[in-house]
Design a protein around this ligand. Structure first.
Ligand code: COA
Ligand code: MG
Length: 277
């Protein structure tokens, strides 16, 4: 299991059937959801299911998505955090780093993964997550709630691509997470039967700098894991760059395989080698 999960699989916490399947998957992290995928009447049931999960050793990280700070369910959700092996909390609908601070005030240093683009106002707060003492570990973005909040009739343009407001949200999430020195996690690909579409989106996310992606269906997990695992060719190229700089430590710029490489390429190469370990 990687320290920074590649695949983050959501599972509605009121479904023991789905939880069993999620535990069987190769997800690096499982997010037991108490928020949008659980109907109001089922929230207490979902909390009870989580309370009864057994302790275990190894396996994926366990995260719990609680309801937003302002919701009526929030306080009861926090009560289950003492349960076995919860690695961290996923906090939806945050608008700024203040929301993370507020939660951390109640939960101490449990890692927090914030979903940072789900309201209109949230788009103006993406730089506010920088705080060296924060337990924030990851930031992801969401288009579904944002499109509802913005009054959109679709999140796609006429070519079937994500419309500009969602591309903006995605880019701001990436830059905001990197600025805060936490993991940038790409949002969900809702069409879980479209494997080729998911692969293309996940590979694009990795090229851009995301290091993981949310999943909503077990079938998405292997596709996401593969997309965020550096390929053999990537690793070999990165090794060649690192070796070239080691051979000439004083050099600012070098040629590797007939192409210019300088310091930013060395940084990228080291990151690929870190992720492949
Ligand atoms: N985790 C674990 N198991 C899941 C799963 C998930 N996220 N999604 C589906 N499964 C299971 C199903 O229960 C089914 O198992 P079964 O045949 O033993 O009943 C199997 O995988 C195949 O599922 P499929 O028939 O393809 O999909 P579905 O119609 O049952 O479910 C969704 C579709 C979207 C309702 C379901 O994938 C889901 O609940 N996803 C998570 C939603 C969520 O948490 N949203 C919040 C974040 S946006
Ligand atoms: Mg939502």
């Amino acid at each position: 299991m990687t320290a920074e999960p590649r695949s983050w699989l959501f599972v509605p916490a009121d479904s023991e059937r789905k939880i069993a399947k999620a535990l069987d998957s190769d997800a690096d992290a499982i997010i037991f959801d108490l928020e949008d995928s659980v109907a109001p009447a089922m929230k207490p049931v979902a909390r009870d299911v989580l309370r009864n999960l057994l302790k275990r050793s190894g396996g994926p990280q366990w995260w719990v998505r609680i309801n937003p700070l302002a919701s009526e369910y929030h306080k009861d959700d926090l009560d289950i955090l003492g349960i076995a092996d919860v690695h961290g909390i996923v906090l939806p609908k945050t608008e700024s780093g203040d929301d993370v601070r507020q939660l951390a005030h109640r939960t101490g240093n449990i890692p927090i993964h914030a979903i940072v683009t789900e309201t209109a106002a949230s788009l103006f707060g993406l730089l506010s997550y920088r705080d060296a003492s924060s337990p924030l570990a990851a930031m992801s973005w969401g288009a579904e709630d944002l499109s509802a909040a913005l009054g959109a009739s679709s999140k796609y343009d006429t070519d079937g691509e994500l419309a500009f407001p969602y591309q903006l949200a995605r880019s701001l999430c990436l830059a905001g997470a990197v600025a805060a020195a936490v993991q940038p996690v790409d949002g969900v690909f809702a069409d879980f039967k479209d494997e080729a579409g998911l692969r293309a989106e996940a590979e694009a996310a990795r090229r851009e700098g995301f290091t993981g992606k949310l999943a909503i269906h077990p079938a998405q997990v292997p596709v996401i894991n593969a997309a965020f695992t550096p390929s053999k060719a990537d690793v070999e190229h990165a090794e060649a760059i690192v070796a070239a700089f080691e051979a000439q430590p004083g050099a600012g710029v070098l040629s590797v395989h007939g192409k210019m490489v300088d310091r930013p390429h060395l940084t990228q190469a080291q990151r690929i080698l870190d992720r492949s370990r």
